[in-house]
Design a protein around this ligand. Structure first.
Ligand code: GAP
Length: 516
């Protein structure tokens, strides 16, 4: 069986071969951690964004959207804490000259200990069969206990060092645990230093004294500085939310795992403004709503889990991640944060403007508290395409690669195919397509055998193929072929739109979210 690493490599190659994701500026050998979306990728990405946007703005009458500029006044980033605190601890290996995040090196070692424990458990589970009691085994097996002691010791030191921002201790952990550079294999490390992740550039000509501006590292601040504009012009009453989709930029030290950690990426963020003291109720509410949004896609409920933060960001009083089981383990796709009144109070202080909300029901003014839901478009894309990528062995020794994408997100909903390129079949196929194209994105393919054409559509995740044959001209029926089951059925042309519509209607997902 292929390892997860091999499957991930194949997935990356597939994304390129079928026009989903290309390395940026590839003819110049690419740009690290920057990617372009191709003709199919952009459709999948747009569908993900639509699913998110509509789930916010259609399902909540008190959530509205905005589209703020990427450039913002530089003081925004002072007020938000990003100039002073948006840092990662970096460390260089003097032999390989490679740069690493000190926290990632330590977390990788912890993951190795966990992996060893899991392997021991798997081996024992095979040996003992149904009688296997994992909890008991972990409490008594000497090899597991040894790994667990190492893991717990390391974890305790790591959390303490991170909480105290103690860079010397992070370095000491790397030395004490003999962590080596994966490239040079040596322990020849520099000290750990803080590295600010924001990109900066200059606005205006240098002759005028150009102003240093930042490429936003999160879209959220565009919402905070506009919250009162929206509240007043939209006559919004607390609680209410503002949603936004847009690019964000971070000069990540370690950019890896394809589109998981990029230097330019896209976020879908929603800030929900609430009365002080009610934030935990809304935090819980949005946690559950967002998990249902993910699960409604049907990729498998077991692939998601919450992970509560141990080290809270400078603005939060509670935070959790929704993690998805990627080919390289459970990883964060979305963060849900209770940001208190940190951002609004800070903008009030730095701008000198009163941005308090007057609550007519309480007859008092206050600075609202904020619950944020923040999800990466690219990570969502990766989670969906990784779960969808399937290699299947078929009867007769044949095989296929099929993207079992949720039909509602697939780049094409249907491919229309005349059996042969003559006898009036292409004309009939075009006639059918000309009706369907108003509602669904349709592909047309008349080249090669039907089998090859099916494989091409499987590879990009098209849920339906419709074949027009000689009988169609007589009986106005076509063969519809279902992507996942490969089943084929003969149906009247008149029923096609309804069959496709039922499978690709976002309304069905929204109902699942709302009804649980
Ligand atoms: N406004 C809060 C915020 O930005 P975050 O946890 O730093 O919180 C939110 O980021 C989400 O943005 C993450 O869960 C992830 O999906 C996405 N994200 C963050 N950094 C990313 C990167 N370098 N590449 C791709 N996606 C990223």
């Amino acid at each position: 069986m292929a390892s997860q690493e091999d499957v991930f490599k194949k997935l990356i190659a597939h994304c390129k071969e079928y026009g989903f994701v290309f390395p940026s500026s590839e003819i110049y050998d690419g740009l690290a951690a920057v990617y372009d979306y191709g003709q199919n990728g952009v459709e999948l990405k747009n569908n993900i964004k639509k699913y998110w946007w509509d789930s916010m703005t259609l399902l909540h009458e008190n959530v509205v959207g905005i589209d703020a500029a990427i450039f913002m006044h530089p003081t925004v980033w002072k007020a938000s804490g990003h100039v002073d605190a948006f840092n990662d601890p970096l460390i260089d290996n003097k032999d390989s000259k490679k740069r690493y995040r000190a926290d990632v090196l330590i977390e990788d070692l912890m993951a190795k200990y966990e992996e060893k424990i899991n392997k021991e458990c798997e081996k024992a589970a095979k040996r003992f069969g149904e009688k296997f009691d994992r909890e008991m085994f972990c409490q008594t097996n000497p090899r597991v206990l040894e790994q667990k002691a190492k893991l717990d010791g390391l974890h305790a030191r790591y959390v303490k060092a991170m909480e105290a921002n103690d860079l010397a201790e992070l370095k000491q952990i790397i030395v004490d645990y003999e962590i080596v550079c994966p490239i040079s294999g040596t322990k020849n490390w520099t000290d750990v230093r803080q590295f600010n992740l924001m990109f900066s550039t200059e606005m205006g000509s240098t002759a005028d004294g150009a102003m240093k501006v930042y490429l936003r590292p999160e879209t959220a601040q565009g919402i905070f500085v506009n919250y009162l504009n929206v509240q007043k012009t939209g006559r919004m009453k607390i609680p209410f939310g503002i949603a936004q989709i847009g690019k964000a930029f971070r000069n990540e030290i370690v950019a890896r795992q394809f589109i998981f950690r990029m230097r330019e990426f896209e976020q879908m963020e929603m800030q929900f403004f609430v009365r002080p003291g009610e934030e935990m109720k809304w935090f819980e509410h949005w946690k559950q709503f967002r998990l249902r949004w993910h699960k409604a896609l049907g990729l498998g409920d077991e692939k998601y889990r919450f992970h509560d933060h141990e080290k809270l960001a400078h603005y939060a009083n509670a935070a959790t991640d929704i993690e998805f089981e990627m080919p390289f383990g459970f990883k964060e796709v979305e963060g849900i944060h209770s940001r208190t009144d940190f951002d609004l109070s800070s903008h009030e202080k730095y701008s000198g403007k009163n941005i308090k909300y007057f609550d007519p029901e309480l007859n008092e003014s206050y600075t609202p508290y904020v619950i944020e839901t923040s999800i990466g478009v690219d990570r969502t894309f990766l989670s969906i395409i990784a779960a969808a990528y399937t290699e299947e062995q078929l009867e007769g020794g044949d095989s296929r690669v099929v993207l079992k994408l949720p039909p509602v997100l697939a780049p094409y909903k249907v491919c229309v195919m005349p059996l042969v390129k003559k006898d009036g079949l292409p004309e009939k196929a075009r006639e059918i397509m000309d009706e369907l194209k108003f509602d669904y994105r349709c592909a047309y393919d008349e080249k090669d055998s039907i089998g090859k054409r099916y494989r091409r559509q499987d590879a990009i995740g098209t849920p339906f193929c419709v074949t027009i044959d000689h009988d169609t001209l007589e009986d106005n029926c076509v063969t519809i072929r279902h992507r996942d089951t490969m089943e084929q059925e003969r149906v009247p042309i008149a029923s096609l739109s309804a069959t496709i519509g039922e499978a690709v209607n976002m309304k069905n997902l929204f109902k699942k979210i709302v009804n649980g």
